[in-house]
Design a binder for this molecule. Structure first.
Ligand code: CUA
Length: 316
């Protein structure tokens, strides 16, 4: 079993170092500005406290001290400075929150993210549905709606700023403007069950033209796989009760949409590289790879697994 996990670790795709301090969205920049101000203020206060403590220890080191009331001037300073700092930071926080999270006012979201145990679904107003690899246009302010299909999850891509809980029965929103195209990584940040740690986010920000191109390729009408024995088996083995492949009878919405599975880079919310061998292994031993997940082990025979994997992998 240990060997199995080791081998799994090796094929786990590498994720570049992600730091919350490398702001990559307008929202993250604004949040980090307040963080930096706060850090400097806290460092200054820490320094003042250290110096005053050292001063008192040194001055009264012989143990002789006499009760002495502070002068009015000191009293005013010691109450005034902290109050002023609190007021400044209260203002900074409130103004940053209103800039980062302006009111939604009935606006139609550009993207709806639905968290599932343990993967992410992305739905666009165009009707495109994708899973785990989430495309957004760069250089444009978009509105994301965040919901959950089951328990509480939490959306967090450190470089893009704030986290947002996904709470059953509640719609939460995030504004996002990413100036530079690139890949940004995150992970579910609220414990949501056995595979919480395997709920990675890959967000692909690309120029509007590339985004439109991606979207037109994803549109239901462009499902381009031929009908073959793998497709037949996929439908017959009830895979389609949970998974959707647009343009086919498979219309389940419990598991991830598989319409363009072959074109994704990873499988299982970033757990494994997307290749034919990994796909086969997953269909064969879902409960060993992601224990507790909703994907049942159907004990399919070898040729069935191969045919279904080939069909799914061909869905580019
Ligand atoms: Cu989803 Cu933790």
């Amino acid at each position: 079993m240990l060997l199995f996990w080791r081998s799994l670790l090796k094929i786990s795709p590498d994720i570049p170092y992600q730091s919350v301090l490398h702001s990559s969205s307008r929202q993250a920049e604004q949040i980090n500005r307040v963080t930096v101000y706060f850090f400097y203020a806290a460092a200054f206060i820490f320094l003042v406290v250290c110096i005053s403590t050292a001063f008192v220890i040194f001055k009264f080191r012989d143990g002789h001290s006499e009760e002495k009331n502070l002068s009015k001037k000191w009293e005013i300073l010691m109450i005034g400075i902290p109050s002023l700092l609190v007021a400044i930071f209260l203002y900074l926080n409130i103004s940053t929150i209103s800039q980062v999270e302006p009111e939604v006012r009935g606006q139609v979201p550009d993207l709806v993210i639905t968290a599932h145990q343990w993967w992410w679904q992305a739905s666009y107003p165009s009707g495109v549905i994708a899973a785990n690899e989430i495309h957004v246009p760069s250089g444009k302010k978009i509105l994301m709606k965040l919901v959950t299909a089951d328990v509480i999850h939490d959306w967090w891509v450190p470089q893009l700023g704030n986290k947002m809980d996904m709470v059953p029965g509640q719609d939460n929103y995030l504004w996002l403007e990413i100036p530079n195209a690139g890949n940004y990584y995150g992970i579910c940040s609220e414990f949501c069950g056995a595979q919480h740690a395997h709920m990675r986010i890959k967000l692909i920000a690309e120029p509007q033209r590339d985004f439109d191109l991606w979207q037109s390729h994803q549109l239901p009408s462009s499902a381009n796989a031929g009908w073959n024995s793998g497709a037949e088996l996929f439908m017959n083995k009830t895979c389609g009760n949970c998974h959707r492949i647009s343009g086919t009878p498979a219309q389940g919405m419990i598991g991830p949409d598989l319409t363009h599975l072959g074109s994704r880079e990873t499988l299982l919310a970033g757990l494994m590289e997307n290749n034919f061998a990994n796909l086969e292994t997953w269909i064969r031993h879902p409960q060993e790879i992601k224990p507790g997940s909703n994907m049942p082990d159907f004990h399919l025979d070898d040729s069935t697994v191969k045919a279904i994997s080939a069909y799914l992998y061909s869905l580019k």
